[in-house]
Design a protein. Structure first.
Lengths: 194, 238
């Protein structure tokens, strides 16, 4: 059995290291969060910049399929509060990619934009993909006890390299960390180490 | 993670089937790309897919839903082993439940692990000398198994039918193009014959014999000889 080792190209080693950094940051955010809103904002902030240009964290009420309006937290690499607020105000159901990932309980990745309306359309008619300058994106559902409670979407802008399959894999693990934190909230437990 | 329920599955099947039917008049490569897109979108647990079209046991066209995954198709062709190669050879579904413990294809699993692929499922559909493989990939171990197969089986069956249709469509297009080119050639040759008959006061057979002679000595096609005669005549007329 041959495992990834020193014969890996340098860019792949850097990708793994960067992915581990992102997972550590998201893990810290999940471990220290005290409520869902806190978790969503901390996760989005932890991933924006080092892992993606934009991060969207959605949580939807349990038991609604397709997911109904929930709560959304948005963070970007560069400050753009009005845009972040506009995207945060969109209903989850307007994002077919996110809805599909949640319904199928399956992480999805798009290395290029297949459908410009896939992340929704802003009230002024501009597509979210265009507003964010998205060139690629990935989404992973947050699943608790088999139920999809939300999703984390990462967006990479057109000037950057596309989201890789490896990053999708890491995103799925980060979504698991968020799911574990939600389970902890539901069980009434306090954050780790407190 | 739980799977989608029976109602979800029916809806997915219907949607995937209807979308595949729209491929009927697409080119082979476009149909292949749509097939992997549909698999990556509609098969529960599948985060990406590759497809390979084989003609007479030779790879003809391949497609991937993500550029990283095309590397996995390439490494199999380069090494001559891997799940898609095995599925094509045996004609059977090939499952790789966990790339971390897989030892049948070390080059494939090494590359797969380095890009975060933890399991795969390959389906194959063969009809005559044409074979179609569809490999689905997951970021989780043990996620892609036979229970996921119904949607994927439907996709590959429809995909295979579409590929046969598009092959026929492409062949028909080629034949039509050849016939059209043949008709154009005959028209040019007839026009050149007429010019020679007038210019040389000879019969149609004699005019054609002259063009053939030029064709043989100059080693260019009769059609090309005729085209040059017509062009030079048009210049003279002006």
């Amino acid at each position: 059995m041959k495992l990834p080792s020193s014969d890996l190209p340098a860019d792949r080693v850097r990708a793994w290291t960067s992915a581990l950094d992102a997972m550590a940051s998201a893990g810290e955010a999940a471990a220290s969060a005290t409520a869902e809103a806190d978790l969503m904002a901390a996760t989005a902030d932890a991933l924006a910049g080092q892992f993606a240009d934009w991060v969207i964290v959605d949580l939807a009420p349990e038991g609604n399929e397709p997911p109904a309006r929930g709560t959304r937290s948005v963070a970007g690499r560069h400050p753009a509060p009005r845009l972040a607020s506009a995207v945060a105000g969109l209903p989850l159901a307007d994002s077919p990619l996110t809805v599909s990932a949640m319904e199928q309980r399956t992480p999805r990745v798009q290395a290029s934009i297949a459908d410009p309306a896939e992340l929704g359309v802003l009230p002024d008619g501009q597509r979210v993909v265009d507003a964010l300058g998205a060139g690629s994106y990935a989404v992973s559902p947050i699943t608790v006890c088999g139920s999809p409670l939300g999703a984390i979407t990462i967006v990479r802008d057109r000037s950057g390299p596309p989201v890789t399959f490896l990053e999708l894999s890491v995103l799925a693990h980060i979504a698991d960390l968020a799911a574990a934190a939600i389970e902890r909230f539901e069980a009434g437990e306090t954050p780790a180490g407190r | 993670m739980s799977e989608a329920g029976p109602r979800d599955l029916s809806a997915e099947l219907a949607q995937a089937a209807s979308e595949l039917l729209t491929l009927a008049s697409a080119s082979e490569s476009r149909a292949m790309h749509r097939l992997v897109e549909l698999a990556a979108r509609h098969v529960p647990g599948c985060s990406g897919a590759t497809a390979g079209l084989w003609k007479d046991d030779e790879p003809a066209i391949s497609s991937a839903s993500h550029p990283d995954l095309s590397e996995l198709a390439d490494v199999q062709l380069a090494e001559g082993r891997g799940p898609a190669i095995e599925a094509r050879t045996t004609g059977r579904q090939v499952s790789c439940p966990d790339t971390l413990s897989e030892d049948r294809w070390p080059e494939f699993t090494s590359r797969a692990l380095s890009m975060g692929v933890r399991s795969s499922l390959t389906l194959v559909h063969r009809a005559g000398h044409v074979g179609l493989t569809l490999t689905m990939y997951s970021t989780r171990p043990g996620v892609l198994d036979a229970s996921r197969a119904p949607v994927a089986e439907l996709l590959i069956a429809f995909g295979s039918a579409v590929m046969r249709n598009t092959s026929s469509y492409d062949a028909a297009q080629r034949t039509a193009r050849q016939l059209s080119e043949g008709a154009d050639s005959r028209a040019v040759v007839d026009q050149a014959k007429g010019i020679l008959m007038v210019g040389l006061s000879c019969s149609a057979d004699e005019a054609l014999r002259r063009m053939r002679e030029i064709s043989q000595t100059s080693q260019i096609k009769v059609t090309e000889v005729a085209r040059r005669i017509v062009e030079s005549h048009e210049l003279d007329v002006r």
